[in-house]
Design a protein around this ligand. Structure first.
Ligand SMILES: Nc1ncnc2c1ncn2[C@@H]1O[C@H](COP(=O)(O)OP(=O)(O)OP(=O)(O)O)[C@@H](O)[C@H]1O
Ligand SMILES: [Mg+2]
Length: 319
């Protein structure tokens, strides 16, 4: 990497992850005493942005938080990792998105999401950040936001010829609905990066295996994207383009905590693509980032830096 730093813009939801450790997860109508509490900045937006920054990119996050004390905590966490918060907007009348999780003694958990201010990200917010999108090498978008905001980001990036990587999760308005109906603009993205379940949801397929991944990936490419990169947890990922399907096995690691693995993968993929237009090599680099994230507890603090990713890649290449 020489000259100026590669630029990545991330558009993604922000959440504060609150976890309480307790003996057992109480059924409705009962309560339980907690033994530990943690609350941290999390969500696809911050996690992907921080991973791209740890890979050496200059990163802006476009997201929305509430008019509450969590908002400052989020900004501070992002600033610690050199992610610009200039376009982390505030919806004063809303709360910052929160995930409340109860973790029992055996590590099982139950959680509840509250999207809060994430539901208030507007096309105008995207328009206000037009300049940073225009100047980016890659725009990385996570789909769990209002559909109109995502479509605006896709259109803006296309207008300026900025490479787009989209994690096509259902938009917030479509959560819990029967069928997944994504707008056609989603297929103007250069690279789609669903996990296998998201991919099956889009393609309305019930099977979620490697064979299905190839077929679904080809379907996504036929709909207009250059590449579909379907992630499959410890089964690795599949990179599909018009001519081929290439499986990249996962790195063997000792699993400690898988929080953030998909977002680490996305952030690292965006960082690599911001430097070099080689999606297969980018997916390998991203796989190493996803694997390394699984070896540590926590959310942002578990994300690997570029040097650690390169070390793992080199280890694998050494006979
Ligand atoms: N247990 C694991 N061991 C090694 N690598 C892993 C493991 N889990 C994930 N990875 C790597 O990270 C990538 C992304 O993981 P995954 O497919 O689970 O994402 P995801 O379902 O989007 O996760 P999330 O729920 O965090 O968004 C995988 O393709 C793989 O390369
Ligand atoms: Mg994911």
């Amino acid at each position: 990497m020489s000259g100026r730093s590669p630029k990545v813009v991330v558009v993604g939801g922000t959440y504060v992850d609150m976890a309480i450790r307790c003996g057992q997860i109480p059924p409705a109508g009962e309560s339980e005493t907690g033994s530990a509490l943690s609350y941290r900045t999390a969500g696809p937006g911050p996690t992907q942005a921080v991973e791209a920054a740890l890979c050496g990119c200059q990163v802006h996050l476009i997201s929305k938080v509430g008019g509450d004390p969590f908002a400052q905590m989020v900004r501070n966490s992002l600033a610690e990792f050199n992610v610009s918060t200039e376009f982390v907007y505030t919806a004063e009348a809303k709360n910052t998105g929160v995930v409340v999780t109860l973790v029992n003694a055996t590590g099982e958990n139950a959680s509840c999401y509250y999207a809060g201010a994430n539901t208030a990200l507007l096309p105008q917010d995207i328009a206000d950040a037009e300049q940073v999108i225009a100047e980016a090498d890659v725009c990385l978008i996570h789909g769990q936001l209002p559909q109109e905001a995502i479509v605006s980001a896709l259109r803006c990036a296309e207008l300026y010829g900025v490479r787009v990587i989209l994690n096509p999760v259902r938009p917030l308005e479509q959560r819990g609905q029967g069928s997944c109906d994504l707008p056609i603009e989603y297929f103007t993205a250069d690279i789609l990066i669903p996990n296998l379940y998201e991919a099956a949801d889009i393609a309305e397929q019930s099977t979620a295996n490697i064979r299905a991944a190839k077929l679904i990936g080809s379907d996504l490419v036929a709909r207009g994207v250059d590449y579909a990169v379907i992630t499959m947890g410890r089964r690795g990922c599949m990179v599909i383009d018009r001519d081929s399907a290439h499986h990249i096995p996962a790195f063997e690691i000792e699993l400690v905590d898988h929080t953030g693995r998909g977002d680490a993968f996305a952030g690292a993929l965006a960082a690599y693509c911001a430097i070099e237009n080689n999606v297969r090599a980018a997916a390998k680099f991203a796989s190493a980032a996803g694997a390394l994230t699984c070896t540590k507890f926590g959310s942002l603090e578990a994300l690997p830096a570029r040097a650690e990713i390169i070390e793992l890649l080199q280890k694998e290449d050494t006979p």
